[in-house]
Design a protein around this ligand. Structure first.
Ligand code: SF4
Length: 438
């Protein structure tokens, strides 16, 4: 448990987030981490594993100095990545992009290092990413993209906290009808979108016929996008027929997600497919010649040390998908896996450096985001081969344009006056079907 005492609400929240980022396994553990502030004497006191750490808070901007002092203590106590300094939000590149556009690279770097206490290496890393994104964001910021949600899967991966339905065959048809109805009934007249993204769940798990109805409704309503992604997270659905169907509807990018190339891990994650299934699906997909294939991997799975992860990425590097996306494991409420399953075996910053060395010859980092309760205060990173950056991922993570979203629980991001507003669809599937099929 994390207890923060003697602070105003603003300070309490910021300190709680900082402690949670650097000591993620303490949030739900029985042994408490306690932070107290003696504002009369300007002392910060952290009690952790029966030891007391006192630190003097310097005069000046109190909000900054308190967090800085807390960060100094936390750095000594954890193996987590230190590169993020005081940043705990999920979109550090959005902050970096705004600084970069306003003040240029050098001033943005100074701000991230001096005011947010990022490491110079980390700050350069995210500024290099936003420099790469800039041209695409400028070109597409007045456009829009489309997201379509299909919340079904063949089995529940043990780390997954998404709201998905496993083998709920009786829902496939009514959901498809409702979704087609919602898309067809979209009234706005717009030019063609920048990107279309069909995600989930595992969209391909609803079968050829249902998926063809949905893709047909998307094409009829929105026409041809510059990029059209369908997530095919599990290799077992990727038959030749499925691949042909995707191609025939103009899909340009698919995602086949191994997560790991270690067979035992796949079994223990309840993913119901083998490593050979991934190779076979990837080879079939390559023959259909999509513009881009992505592969997702997870860092920090139980039983996987640094060597296992590097080995999986060496295999991926040989297969050469156009995108490789790395997710540091984030355990959320609702997943079967619990935080106690995790081992904190390696220094994540060192692992990231090794990965950069391995992938850096051919791939460049092009988007990055973080999550609450993420493994070792890490990040999720997208790598792309030259000219293969995924437009939708950039637009979505940087919140750079409007998104029209369809399906249960899907969130649209709509322009309103000077800003954007988020609108989320019905989260209950029965209610969604009932309301949208009318
Ligand atoms: S395939 Fe994806 S959405 Fe489905 S259970 Fe696994 S992680 Fe969750």
């Amino acid at each position: 448990m994390i207890i923060v005492e003697n602070f105003s609400e603003k300070y309490r929240h910021a300190c709680f987030e900082l402690i949670r980022a650097y000591l993620p396994d303490k949030e739900f553990s029985n042994d408490s981490v306690i932070l107290r502030y003696d504002n009369r004497n300007s002392y910060l006191c952290l009690i952790y594993e029966e030891k007391i750490y006192n630190v003097f808070v310097k005069q000046g901007d109190e909000f900054f100095e308190i967090r800085k002092s807390l960060f100094e203590i936390l750095k000594q106590l954890t193996k987590c990545s230190k590169k993020w300094g005081l940043l705990t939000g999920i979109r550090p590149t959005k902050l970096a992009y705004n600084l970069y556009k306003k003040h240029g690279y050098d001033c943005a770097l100074k701000n991230l290092v001096e005011d947010r206490l990022m490491s110079t290496e980390g700050a350069n890393e995210i500024l290099d990413i936003v420099e790469r994104q800039d041209e695409l964001i400028e070109r597409h910021k007045n456009g829009y993209s489309v997201y379509v949600h299909i919340p079904f899967c063949r089995s529940k991966c043990s780390y997954c906290s998404f709201h998905t339905y496993v083998n709920a065959y009786d829902l496939h048809e009514p959901y498809t009808k409702a979704l087609v109805n919602e898309i067809s009934g979209f009234k706005k007249k717009l030019r063609e979108p920048s990107a279309i993204y069909v995600g989930g769940g595992t969209p391909t798990s609803i079968g050829l016929y249902n998926l063809s109805l949905i893709l047909s409704a998307i094409s009829a309503k929105f026409g041809k996008a510059q990029e059209f992604t369908v997530e095919c997270g599990r290799p077992e659905d990727l038959t030749d027929e499925m691949l042909k169907l995707l191609k025939s509807f103009g899909v340009t990018r698919i995602s086949i997600n191994p997560q790991t190339f270690k067979s035992e891990s796949l079994r223990s994650l309840s993913r119901n497919h083998t490593v050979d299934d991934i190779y076979a699906a990837y080879n079939r997909a390559r023959r259909v010649s999509f513009d881009s294939i992505n592969m997702d991997f997870i860092l920090g799975l139980p039983g996987e040390g640094k060597d296992t992860i590097i080995n999986s990425l060496k295999i991926a590097n040989q297969l050469k998908p156009d995108n490789i996306t790395l997710h540091a494991l984030a355990i959320k409420n609702g997943s079967k896996m619990i935080r106690q399953d995790l081992e904190y075996k390696f220094d994540l910053d060192r692992l990231y450096s090794e990965i950069d060395e391995l992938l850096g010859l051919d791939y460049k980092k092009y988007y990055l985001y973080r999550q609450k309760r993420i493994y070792q205060n890490g990040e999720n990173i997208g790598y792309a081969l030259d000219k293969k950056m995924c437009l939708y991922n950039i637009m979505m993570i940087e919140e750079a344009q409007e998104i029209y979203a369809f399906g249960m629980g899907a969130s649209s991001r709509l322009k309103r006056n000077d800003g954007f507003e988020t609108r989320t669809n019905y989260r209950d599937i029965d209610y969604y079907i009932k309301k949208v099929r009318k």
